[in-house]
Ligand binder design. Structure first.
Ligand code: GH3
Ligand code: MG
Ligand code: MG
Ligand code: MG
Length: 306
């Protein structure tokens, strides 16, 4: 763990660095508040800072105030070192954003104990952030396939439509439904069916551009969002995806499985709603199924004309 120290007095700085080095910390030494402020703005800044109160140029309080203006979800733990131990000054230090303070001359053992508290706070903060990120991931992803879930892909569609409104471009969506999927479950078992769903999303992801999106709409139905497309390319993307799925073999524990998919495609601009686009894509999907499956049907035929 790296610790930043800011101490203008040379002897005090050497002593402080010595105590911390001895306790196994890597020390970043600075001799003024300004230097400390510069160090703490770096992307890999230390997570604990021990700031002397009285320093020329910029004191510890001002450095602390500035450090607290940095927008981050990993704020550093700041300990102020002060020879002033009057109540009002302590209040000023804590109000400037310090987490703790220690009066000079300090006892090295106490300093290390307080730094350990800081370390515990930082570890706890990291665990909380990890848990928060895991929850956010769970709330937006499908547990089986790992792709976006229904809510998240619909949110993405709303976002893409508002972007289209700003830039005047078109958003395409493809509602995909695996053909005769029930038969795959019946023939190979439900677990193999699950593997096929994962294999299917893998094939699609491998063939999408990085700014295209796929989400699980429900069961064996998936929604693809293709933003910013010109009409003719737009058609080809979905045709290509449909062909790729039909050509691929998905390996499962129950054996190799071939599948096909039907896709209903619609397009919208910023003035359309997601619901309207999905209704149109659903109708096109129904058409693709009716015409024999393993094909793409377009709701807005004008977009495919060059
Ligand atoms: P169609 O070509 O008309 O789409 O026929 P289909 O058999 O694909 O359609 P149907 O709606 O009759 O069946 C869909 C099946 O998908 C039924 C359901 O058990 C299965 N399914 C839905 N979710 C999952 C899942 O998470 N895992 C597995 N293994 N099967 C699923
Ligand atoms: Mg000083
Ligand atoms: Mg279905
Ligand atoms: Mg189906």
């Amino acid at each position: 763990m790296r610790i930043l120290i800011a101490e203008d007095d040379f002897t005090s700085r050497i002593m402080l660095a010595g105590v911390l080095n001895k306790s196994g910390y890597e020390v970043v030494e600075t001799a003024s508040g300004l230097e400390a402020w510069e160090e703490m703005q770096k992307p890999d800044a230390p997570r604990i800072a021990v700031l002397d109160w009285m320093m020329p140029e910029m004191d510890g309080i001002e450095a602390c105030r500035r450090i607290r203006t940095i927008e981050t979800d990993q704020p550093p733990y700041i300990i102020m070192l002060t020879s002033k131990d009057e109540k009002a000054d302590i209040v000023t230090g804590l109000e400037a954003g310090a987490d703790d303070y220690l009066a000079k001359p300090y006892d090295p053992g106490e300093l290390c104990a307080r730094i350990n508290v800081g370390q515990r706070m930082i570890d706890m903060q990291a665990k909380l952030m990890e848990a928060r990120n895991a929850l956010a991931h769970q709330a937006t992803h499908d547990p089986l396939t790992g792709i976006l879930n229904r809510r998240a892909i619909l949110d993405s569609l709303t976002k893409e439509l508002s972007r289209a409104k700003r830039n005047g471009k078109t958003v395409g969506i493809g509602m995909c439904d695996i053909d005769h999927f029930k038969q795959i479950n019946d023939r190979y078992g439900h677990q193999a069916g699950d593997e096929v769903l994962c294999g299917f999303t893998g094939i699609i992801e491998d063939n999408l551009r990085e700014y295209d999106l796929i989400g699980r709409y429900g069961g064996e139905e998936f929604l693809i969002i293709t933003p910013d497309f010109e009409g003719h390319i737009f058609e080809k993307v979905y045709e290509r995806l449909c062909k790729k799925v039909a050509e691929s073999t998905i390996h499962t524990k129950a054996g190799d499985v071939s599948i096909a998919v039907s896709i209903g495609v619609s397009s919208g601009t910023g003035t359309d709603t997601g619901d309207f686009m999905i209704d149109k894509a659903d109708a096109a999907l129904y058409q693709a199924k009716k015409e024999g499956r393993n094909r793409v049907s377009f709701a807005d035929s004008q977009i495919v004309e060059d």
